[in-house]
Design a protein around this ligand. Structure first.
Ligand code: GLV
Ligand code: GLV
Length: 321
């Protein structure tokens, strides 16, 4: 019998068509599986194609143990996957780096500009009908000319973000990372500094690092206390890197000027959440990689990874477990 591939969601049109026409694979596609249904589905599957809102926990790995050969997530982040449990059961993990770097860096720049020019407040004035047109003194933001850019995590996305932002006139780029990223740093003239120094010096702080034990809650009250009151925080990585209660307190205490987030905990935030309502917090609904081109490429790469894993071939993009 052909290998069974469980797919937890619909794919973008072009990739969905390819999935529908996959030869020699039995595709079992679902939408909105509960965790219990996911456990049942993987119990007789050879491959699992999933997204970041599916918790691939120890019990999923256990449910698949013995037959499941590969988990293929349509994401670059894999903090939703219990990698130790996959390793213990000999299940491989595919992901989608590189293909989403440009789109995600674009979104990071979008957030930075929205924040710097106070677009949320400006759009609210238009929507309210209370605006009085041009004014020399209303809705004044800040610009990047001559400022310091701080990148937390100078990986692929951090580098692409810095490359996009440099032409805005930043005088200096600093980055923090557990290890120096010399090649990336050279490409944008970035200086490796401790996070504390980055927080103290950067006018724009872009979070481009993975969520892991070291970065969970990295932006807490201690971090916000070190930022410039005029600084902007952009997070296009994972919501849990920022302590949202501490962020709210810091915004209200004037410890930073604006936070622009593509990611939150939970997703979505309720519409009456104080950060959603806050004039100096801009929130997008996790659309970092959401372009037709990128989502199609991600889904195609995830299909490649799933098929290769089920057949026992090397994956196009595999997380070393
Ligand atoms: C999106 O957040 C991803 O990890 O691909
Ligand atoms: C993500 O893939 C990164 O390396 O920034």
């Amino acid at each position: 019998p052909p290998p069974v591939l469980v797919v937890t969601t619909l794919l973008p049109a072009a990739a969905q068509q390819r999935l529908d026409e996959l030869p020699n694979v039995e595709v079992r596609q679902h939408r909105g599986l509960s965790h219990a249904e996911l456990l049942a589905a993987v119990a007789d599957a050879d491959g699992l194609l999933c997204i970041l809102s599916d918790a691939i926990s120890r019990d999923v790995a256990q449910a698949g143990a013995g037959r499941l050969k590969v988990v293929s997530t349509v994401s670059v982040g894999y903090d939703h996957v219990d990698t130790a449990a996959l390793r213990a059961h000999g299940i491989r993990l595919g992901y989608t780096p590189d293909v989403l770097t440009d789109a995600t860096a674009d979104t990071t720049v979008l957030l930075a500009l929205l924040a710097a020019r106070r677009a949320k407040e400006a759009l609210a004035v238009v929507a309210s009908g209370q605006g009085r047109g041009f004014s020399l003194s209303h809705n004044l933001g800040t610009q990047f000319t001559g400022k310091t850019l701080g990148i937390v995590g100078l990986g692929r996305i951090g580098l692409a973000t810095a490359l996009r932002l440099l032409p805005f006139g930043f005088a200096r780029v600093v980055y923090s990372a557990p290890r120096a990223q010399d090649a990336h740093a050279r490409a944008v003239g970035a200086q490796h500094v401790a996070l504390d120094q980055l927080l103290a010096e950067a006018d724009l702080v872009c979070v481009c690092c993975p969520l892991n034990a070291d970065t969970r809650g990295l932006f807490d009250s201690r971090a916000f206390a070190q930022m410039k009151p005029s600084a902007i925080l952009v997070n296009s990585a994972r919501g849990a890197i920022v302590d949202q209660g501490d962020l709210l307190a810091a915004l209200d205490a004037g410890q930073l000027a604006h936070a622009a987030l593509d990611v939150t905990v939970p997703e979505p935030l309720p519409p009456n959440h104080p950060l959603v309502l806050h004039p100096r917090c801009t929130i997008l609904p996790h659309i970092g990689s959401a372009t037709i081109e990128t989502r199609t490429a991600m889904a195609n790469l995830a299909i490649d990874n799933a098929v290769a894993g089920m057949l026992g071939f090397p994956l196009s993009a595999e997380v070393p477990l």
